[in-house]
Design a protein around this ligand. Sequence first.
Ligand code: NAD
Length: 255
Amino acid sequence: MLKGEGLAGKRALITGSTSGIGLAIARAMHAEGAEIILNGFGDADLIAELREEMGAQHANADLLDTAAIAAMMSEAGPLDILVNNAGMQYVSPVEDFPTDKWDAIIALNLTAAFHTSRLAIPAMKQAGWGRIINTASAHSLTASPFKSAYNASKHAIAGFTKTIALELAQTGVTANCISPGYVWTPLIEGQIPDTMEARGLTREEVINDVLLAKQPTKKFVQPSEIGALAVFLCREEAGNVTGANWSIDGGWTAE
Ligand code: NAD
């Protein structure tokens, strides 16, 4: 990846950045010169390698724990860029949906972003510059069956993002969602067995007839494509882009 300097001097915390989309966003921002704070789970060797690769810090907060979020934000200090990306999925008919899974999905995909944002905003306002980017989903705009908690959390984060964009409109701080379609990451791989069971399909049928059936391009979105979009939203040229929900979904939500 070519190294640019568009984000030199910017300090970015990306939640859920030890894997998948968050990791690609962290790499893209690092390549533009940002100082990176990683967050997320993973084995110690992997995290040490990622820290070394990006000269990054790692905050090991469990975002299901409000006190841990507050400690992470206080240790991180003032941020220029906050990416609320950590998320989880669970696939089940609503009447069988485990209530603890519902609570955890809402807590991670929605409430954690409320806490990190409310704690990051004062310093961004004081600096007169900031970027909040929330990884939502095509499921913030449309629904699929058996994903009630996920769809609810993603529609809600889109509403939350619009609200803070309006509140911050005259402060130099923008807030936007990125809404990917299907991106091949551990999150997608992990839901294949449950989708096979919920719909009575084979693995290949789930990939071709459920996942890629949604995307007119018939291709999974690449994590690096999302990283590039996140970098754009941090540029000066994107200062008037706020309250938007950017689809990157192979045409899914155009239908
Ligand atoms: P992933 O499973 O590869 O990565 C999830 C990350 O979140 C990991 O770093 C993990 O350690 C971290 N995480 C999980 N629980 C956490 C917790 N309690 N506290 C702190 N960190 C935690 O997933 P991904 O596919 O890269 O998804 C990232 C985001 O993108 C999610 O919000 C997801 O809903 C969204 N998304 C993914 C897709 C897709 O197709 N993969 C599509 C649309 C939206």
